[in-house]
Write a protein that binds this ligand. Structure first.
Ligand code: CP
Ligand code: NVA
Length: 308
């Protein structure tokens, strides 16, 4: 069994294997219904326990469908209904019980420390469904979407991120090393990528380009990514932060500076992108969201040691 916690810790070869498996599985589902099970029901009898400490629509549903389509099932827990929260049950005991009842555990958490603690005690695969510092399942799925649309390996494309230096960007930065692609980031001066991630880049002898003028950042972009300015874990002066990002608003005018680009956004959206761009021809956000089911399936296959 394997955990899926941070792209940093997963071999590039395995990440690529996951993407190849997702492509194969997706192509075989063309004539199937939503709850039809993939041939061979590879995760027959397995249960994935999902726990959310923060809201989720896509991650919750895509993991639900993913495990069901592989022949297994899922149960979703709300952290505030467990003894772990108010009842004072330890995380270690909770992890042991999860391992007793379940076959896999998907956690969306407000604390990276909690993931590290769970890993110490859990005996089943642990999947990070978003933490304050990363969102690995999202970015792996987004690479799948990019390669599907552009019909090229991502290593041959210029990727541009406009917006906050948050968990999704951190995973995109890690992916830029794992998959060797060029990444430009446009953000205000006071919102540059965090030191820990820049240090990691340096250790891996790679760099990204940082711009404070979005027009310069998108010039050669094949893909423009964005995300909400205010994330779930943000404890900031919301009005000030939104004002600080005003220059980084993504509208048709900005997109015109990147003629060959597509637009992606993990959702949910805030006010960082115009309706016209979000719903426009270059935007592939719905396909991006749908693809998460296919990639989560192959992530589960990897975690359960079933990926060929
Ligand atoms: N993109 C994403 O993770 O969406 P949810 O927060 O709805 O799961
Ligand atoms: N950066 C966002 C991603 C939501 C899927 C957040 O953490 O809220």
């Amino acid at each position: 069994m394997k955990h899926f916690i941070n792209l940093k810790d997963i071999k590039t070869e395995d990440l690529k294997k996951i993407l190849r498996d997702a492509k194969k599985r997706k192509s075989k589902r063309k004539n199937l219904n939503t709850l039809d099970i993939d041939k061979g029901a590879p995760l027959n009898g397995k249960i994935l326990i999902q726990m959310f400490e923060k809201p989720s629509l896509r991650t919750r549903l895509s993991f639900y469908l993913a495990i069901r389509q592989l022949g297994g099932g899922t149960i979703t827990l709300r952290s505030n209904e467990l003894h772990l929260g108010k009842g004072g049950e330890t995380l270690a005991d909770t992890a042991k019980i999860l391992s007793t009842y379940g076959d896999g555990f998907m956690l969306r958490t407000d604390s990276d420390k909690k993931i590290n603690e769970f890993v110490k005690h859990i005996k089943i695969p642990l999947i990070n469904g978003l933490s304050p510092s990363s969102h690995p399942t999202q970015i792996l799925s987004d690479i799948f979407t990019i390669e599907e649309i552009k019909k090229k390996p991502i290593s041959k494309l210029n990727i541009c991120w406009i917006g906050d230096s948050n968990n999704v960007l951190n995973s995109l930065i890690v992916a830029s090393v794992k998959f060797s692609f060029d990444l430009s980031v446009a953000c205000p001066k006071n919102y540059k990528p965090k030191k820990f991630i820049m240090d990691w880049l340096k250790e891996n002898k790679r760099n990204i380009k940082i711009f404070h003028n979005p027009k310069n950042a998108v010039k050669n972009a094949d893909v423009i990514f964005s995300d909400k300015v205010i994330s779930l874990n943000d404890k900031v002066d919301v009005k000030k932060k939104i004002k600080d990002f005003k220059k980084f608003y993504i509208d048709s005018n900005l997109i015109k500076s990147a003629p060959k680009s597509i637009f992606l956004h993990c959702l949910p959206r805030g006010g960082e992108v115009s309706e016209k761009v979000f719903l426009g021809k270059k935007s592939h956000v719905w396909q991006q969201a749908r693809n998460r089911v296919h990639v989560q399936k192959s992530i589960l296959m990897y975690c359960f040691g079933k990926l060929r």
